[in-house]
Unconditional design. Structure first.
Length: 278
């Protein structure tokens, strides 16, 4: 007899005993979800924000946008760490590290990540990475699980659903960077709740001392929300996969800049005094 069958039998016996004794079995308390707020426009499209117990995919928009996709995922991870005040797990498939290189400590700090709250894991291949993700998500211990995968042959509806159910069971968000899916975000088929296509965007330079060459600006991203599956009770604006959200990351405040709203000005009144009109 398997452990699952035995556990189901024990649970049924407990319910039967509870009915015989005239009492109800205690129900687990419903968990209060706290979606991660990003920007007004993105939150509206996501139905209130990025869910804190779901599977979220991030794909580069082109072969040259791998670093931007990773940076976007790490910015989201920094937000989750700040919200939950727990350690995060950052995983990578070995081949993804060979293609893009390992993460750079000073760069992580520049993004606003606390290095003392990061645990790094290397997986020999994609199946091992997915298994490690599932175990970490089910535990409910980390603030977020970030994973970079290259081999997507074994990433299908079944594998992605296992990750989604593990994220919900452990109430832990999963950020999966599909490093080899550049330009293919619209064609992926999975059980993920959300999917982003991320491209690097030009950022405003910052002045340097002595009027030398300007310093690099803040990290900027051009994000497309390709997929957003809502849950019961959530409402959102119509999903437009072609819409591009311009995002600038502020590492000091751990937030994305809200885009400036462009509004028309009121026309000048025609009945003002002549001096005012002049």
């Amino acid at each position: 007899m398997s452990l699952d069958v035995r556990a189901d039998g024990v649970a049924r016996l407990r319910r039967v005993v509870a009915r015989i004794e005239g009492r109800r079995e205690a129900e687990p308390a419903a968990r209060t979800r706290r979606p991660l707020r990003l920007t007004r426009a993105l939150d509206a499209a996501l139905g209130g924000g990025l869910s804190d117990d779901g599977l979220h995919e991030i794909a580069p928009a082109s072969p040259g946008d791998g670093a931007a996709a990773t940076g976007f995922a790490l910015a989201l991870a920094a937000r989750f760490i700040a919200e939950r005040r727990r350690t995060a797990i950052v995983m990578a498939e070995d081949f993804a590290l060979l293609e893009a290189g390992a993460l750079y400590g000073p760069g992580l700090a520049a993004l606003g990540l606390d290095l003392s709250r990061l645990v790094f894991v290397r997986a020999p291949d994609a199946p091992a990475l997915f298994q490690a993700m599932e175990d970490a998500l089910k535990s409910g211990a980390p603030a977020v699980v970030v994973a970079e995968v290259w081999g997507l042959k074994t990433y299908d509806l079944a594998a992605s659903r296992r990750l989604l159910l593990a994220a919900r069971a452990g109430a832990t968000p999963a950020l999966l960077i599909a490093a080899s899916a550049y330009g293919a975000a619209d064609r992926l088929s999975s059980a993920a709740e959300t999917r982003f296509a991320i491209a690097a965007a030009p950022s405003a330079h910052r002045p340097s001392a002595g009027e030398a060459r300007p310093l690099p600006g803040r990290p900027a991203f051009a994000a497309r929300l390709v997929k957003a599956r809502l849950r019961a009770g959530e409402t959102a604006q119509g999903l437009d996969p072609a819409r591009i959200f311009s995002l600038t990351w502020r590492s000091e405040e751990l937030c994305f800049d809200e885009p400036t709203l462009s509004l028309p000005l009121a026309a000048a009144a025609d009945d003002r005094p002549r001096a005012a009109r002049a």
